[in-house]
Write a protein that binds this ligand. Structure first.
Ligand SMILES: NC(=O)c1ccc[n+]([C@@H]2O[C@H](COP(=O)([O-])OP(=O)(O)OC[C@H]3O[C@@H](n4cnc5c(N)ncnc54)[C@H](OP(=O)(O)O)[C@@H]3O)[C@@H](O)[C@H]2O)c1
Length: 283
């Protein structure tokens, strides 16, 4: 049996859906079942459930809010991850942890390899990196998957925000100097299920293929959704945000190739399928 944390979020929801589809026994949990910052409760829960693996999708993900909510962000992303790691280690379970492009400094234009030097700019990125270290230090059987610009049916994301804004705006300023890749949770979930229990432990990057800027992404969203919104590309310096974001979020997928895992489809294809998924969810 596999435990999936963060089932009420974007990724956890799709991971449980995919495990169910494959007939793999799992239990999805969220903060109302178990607050991962409560060490005793986590250890007791994992002992009782005795899973073969924990797929840890829960996190504090409000990047800007984290700049002022350092204590809570740290408690969830570092403390919560450490609690799960200690519990997994105690029962010999595997642990899968999701991290982010924000662990890198974002300089240059080359694709980041998994082992490249880290340098998170903000609180969220720092806590996610510390979470990686907690997993590595405590659980020998670990998978760390760095993802970026996540979107899924169950939660809020950039695409939903753009579609909402298109109802009232016919022009939008969108940042054009941050380059990365969107990650569709419905495309990531099959990889997660292929990887868990594979024994191919290690650090991976997994996003949809191809790179774009947020402005390119926004243009494609409006085009594919048939919305007449003009996108004005602007530099990050003109877009006020509490947390600084990396300009270069290109993640190399070499580690996936080397381990024999299939890369995800392109973000353009993912966007088309996501818009279809949104349409059918509204029916
Ligand atoms: N979203 C992105 O763009 C992005 C990018 C790179 C990496 N990631 C990583 O990918 C993973 C999945 O992200 P996501 O977008 O699916 O996240 P999400 O939609 O924000 O879901 C996270 C879930 O974790 C829950 N949670 C928060 N604090 C908790 C606690 N103390 N105990 C138990 N559950 C708690 C949240 O509940 P509440 O909503 O009630 O707080 C939420 O349901 C995370 O590790 C994230 O850091 C995300």
């Amino acid at each position: 049996m596999i435990i999936v944390t963060g089932v009420k979020g974007q990724l956890g929801y799709d991971v449980v859906r995919e495990l169910d589809r494959r007939g793999i026994a799992c239990k999805g949990i969220d903060i109302d079942n178990l607050d991962i910052t409560d060490r005793e409760a986590v250890i007791e829960f994992i002992r009782r459930e005795n899973p073969q693996a924990v797929i840890h999708c829960a996190a504090y993900t409000a990047v800007d809010k984290a700049e002022e909510d350092i204590e809570k962000c740290t408690a969830v992303n570092v403390g919560g991850t450490e609690n799960l790691a200690l519990a997994c280690n105690e029962i010999g379970a595997e642990m899968m942890y999701f991290s982010t492009d924000y662990v890198f400094p974002g300089n240059g234009s080359a694709e980041y390899e998994t082992g490249d030097e880290k340098g998170p700019e903000g609180v969220y990125g720092r806590t996610k990196l510390e979470g990686e270290y907690k997993v590595i230090e405590n659980v020998p059987k670990h998978y760390i998957i760095r993802i970026s610009w996540v979107f899924g049916i169950n939660g809020n994301n950039f695409i939903k925000t753009m579609l909402r804004l298109s109802e009232t705006r016919n022009e939008l300023n969108v940042v054009c100097d941050q380059i990365g890749s969107p990650t569709y949770t419905a495309d990531l979930a099959p990889l997660v299920c292929d990887m868990v229990l594979s024994g191919k432990y290690g650090i991976y990057h997994a996003t949809n293929e191809n790179f774009c800027s947020w402005a390119d992404f926004a243009k494609a969203i409006f085009e594919k959704a048939g919305k007449a919104v003009k996108v004005n590309p602007i530099p990050s310096s003109e877009y006020p945000a509490k947390a600084k974001r990396p300009l270069n979020s290109r993640l190399s997928k070499r580690s996936l190739d080397e381990a024999g895992f299939k890369r995800l489809p392109t973000w353009e294809s993912a966007l088309e399928r996501y818009l279809d998924e949104l349409k059918s969810a509204r029916k």
